[in-house]
Design a protein around this ligand. Structure first.
Ligand code: SD4
Length: 336
């Protein structure tokens, strides 16, 4: 398919889901007490870890990281690394589906309880994008590094060059190229981005998100997942949220920041996720029936919530030594 056709189809269809140096950039806030949220009920058992989708190995790794006495930041990084290394996860890290030109490009970000954050976009040839994002946060004066600069920084930080395109991803891409159809596919099979939020025993919250984005995306396309405020947001006074699904729609509504701000206004994590999804579906001309978006959120008390447009989104949780995966409530109830 000619690039122009691809662009046209993508915009008509809504695009399918083939599915710090400490930072001065993320401003430190004066502490704001939201009595409505903080004082209203007892805290849930801490620590806890939640993640998008069904990722028991990742949440287990994050929990074990806590058990070793490490931080919530370590927990989310280690948890996300499990999926980045899993060759069967074709939406994250090594083994991920390439863009339409055959290049595997990764987007990732991380945020700590002090409001510091780091991000990499369009990163190639490095499995653990989340660890590079953490290095951007901790070792540079910047928030975001892209493309060749991010890759160069990764090598200078000790990461090794790897070929992330596996034989099976290459084969699938070659099959896709025969027709080069970029159709909306809303099924669960095509979503595997991991977004993870962890609350330590003191109630301090960190988050991370890592993905290869959409399979067979246009070369150069970047989604919501590395964008602080869209794919991920942490406000240690209030809570945190992370998104999965069609990143374009998440970016247009600054979704994760919105969820956290709704919690600041007094909504529970569940109510906040629902409202953020409603903002997407209620936009004029929204073709939400053709794409999936899901949010998970946690507040300062350790209460959690999740919600999506279509059914089959789920949230993994590790709490009280127990791993669970729960189907999320969703907007389109008439779906079979
Ligand atoms: C993106 N939000 O790049 C990501 C895709 C995703 O599960 O979450 N897939 O738009």
């Amino acid at each position: 398919m000619k690039r122009r056709n691809f662009i046209k189809n993508a915009s008509l269809s809504g695009v399918g889901l083939a599915i710090g140096t400490s930072l001065t950039n993320c401003a430190e806030k004066a502490p704001i007490k939201n009595e409505k949220i903080i004082a209203s009920s007892e805290k849930a058992s801490l620590p806890l870890v939640i993640a998008t989708w069904n990722f028991p190995n990742a949440t287990t790794k994050a929990w074990e990281t806590f058990q070793e006495g490490k931080s919530a930041l370590d927990a989310v990084e280690q948890g996300c690394k499990v999926e980045e290394a899993d060759l069967n996860n074709t939406t994250v890290g090594n083994g991920a589906s390439p863009d339409r030109d055959g290049n595997v490009t990764l987007d990732s970000c991380i945020m700590n309880s002090k409001g510091d954050c780091g991000s990499v976009v369009y990163l190639q040839n490095i499995t653990h994008a989340i660890s590079v994002a953490r290095k951007v946060m901790e070792d540079t004066p910047h928030v975001m590094l892209a493309g060749k600069g991010a890759e160069q920084f990764a090598y200078e930080s000790g990461f090794k060059k790897e070929d992330l395109l596996t034989e099976s991803s290459k084969k699938a891409w070659e099959e896709w190229k025969v027709k080069s159809e970029y159709k909306p596919i809303i099924n669960i099979e095509n979503h595997d981005t991991i977004g993870m939020l962890a609350v330590d025993k003191n109630g301090d919250i960190c988050g991370a998100c890592t993905t290869s984005g959409l399979a067979y995306k246009m070369a150069g396309r970047v989604g919501d997942s590395p964008i602080i405020g869209a794919g991920l947001f942490v406000d240690n006074e209030i809570g945190a949220a992370v998104a999965t699904g069609l990143g374009e729609e998440v970016m247009k509504t600054v979704g994760s920041f919105l969820v956290v701000e709704l919690m600041r206004q007094g909504k529970s994590p569940q109510e906040a996720c629902e409202e953020a999804i409603k903002r997407i579906v209620s936009k004029p001309n929204s073709n939400y029936k053709n794409f999936q978006v899901g949010y998970i959120a946690v507040n300062k008390k350790g209460e959690t919530g999740s919600y999506s447009i279509h059914k089959n989104f789920s949230m993994s949780k590790f709490q009280d030594g127990k791993n669970t995966n729960t189907q999320s409530d969703y907007f389109i109830k008439e779906e079979k």
